[in-house]
Design a protein around this ligand. Structure first.
Ligand SMILES: [Zn+2]
Length: 246
């Protein structure tokens, strides 16, 4: 089994993720977008260039728009434009794309392929294998679990166990024991161990550094990455995985 990881949007806090990955000798793909998200500080072009010396940098559109809400010409501009932007900043080819909000609607995969990307990541979770490099899924997101920590829209206060509920079937399918469902870290460990035992093709961790900060998940992420290092699993970029070079 291979380990891969990806981190979305290009927040300045991605530097903290990069430091954790580096400490554990793990690969990461950072999907950066020049448009600020969630009022957070974003990586400067110089920081992206420095990051590209150790990690893969992927494109994530220019404005973080949902592609299905755009015309084909607008989507083409967002997709090809973000590739050109990343290549100018990093001074190297950009071969991976990430669909904002996981939305690839009708035709986006074709536009991504025609723009010259070799693969693209979705947000389809609990997956440890893929068939289409232009719909590369993820295994697990770094997120609050089992309790919801954000109550917007306000009715979500009525659904405090939303993350547990939403993932219940996948937890069952992957035989994550009830005793491991009390925290994100224990759940992640159980799913990772199961993936190793089953010899799944890959385990793909992904997340947003601004959420890791907002919800206080740094400690759990650090512990999990250490566990992955200790497992001795090989680690590859999203690009190497999608291209079948791994
Ligand atoms: Zn995003």
């Amino acid at each position: 089994m291979l380990f891969t990881s990806s981190w979305d949007d290009g927040y300045t806090l991605d530097l903290t993720v990069a430091a954790l990955l580096r400490k554990n000798g793990l690969a990461g793909t950072f999907y950066v977008c020049p448009a600020p998200q969630h009022d957070r500080s974003m990586l400067t072009e110089k920081q992206i260039l420095t990051l590209s010396e150790s990690f893969e940098i992927g494109a994530h559109t220019l404005t973080h728009s949902k592609l299905s809400s755009l015309t084909a010409a607008e989507a083409q501009q967002e997709i090809a434009g973000s590739k050109a932007w990343v290549e100018r900043v990093t001074e190297k080819p950009c071969t991976m794309f990430c669909y904002p909000k996981g939305d690839f609607g009708i035709g986006a995969k074709t536009i991504v392929r025609q723009a010259g990307f070799r693969g693209a990541r979705t947000t389809e979770a609990w997956r440890c294998s893929f068939t289409d490099p232009y719909a590369l899924p993820v295994s697990l997101q770094v997120m609050p679990f089992p309790l919801r920590k954000s109550f917007w829209p306000p009715w979500k206060v009525l659904d405090p166990l939303g993350p547990l509920r939403a993932n219940w079937m996948a937890l069952q399918r992957n035989r994550v024991p009830l005793s491991a469902r009390m925290s994100w870290l224990t759940m992640a460990r159980a799913f990772f161990q199961r993936s190793l035992e089953q010899k799944f093709p890959f385990f793909h961790l992904y997340g947003h550094s601004h959420e890791i900060e907002r919800f206080g998940l740094w400690h759990e992420l650090a512990e999990f990455l250490e566990e992955i290092r200790r497992s001795g699993v090989s680690s590859v970029t999203n690009g190497a995985l999608a291209a079948g070079r791994a």
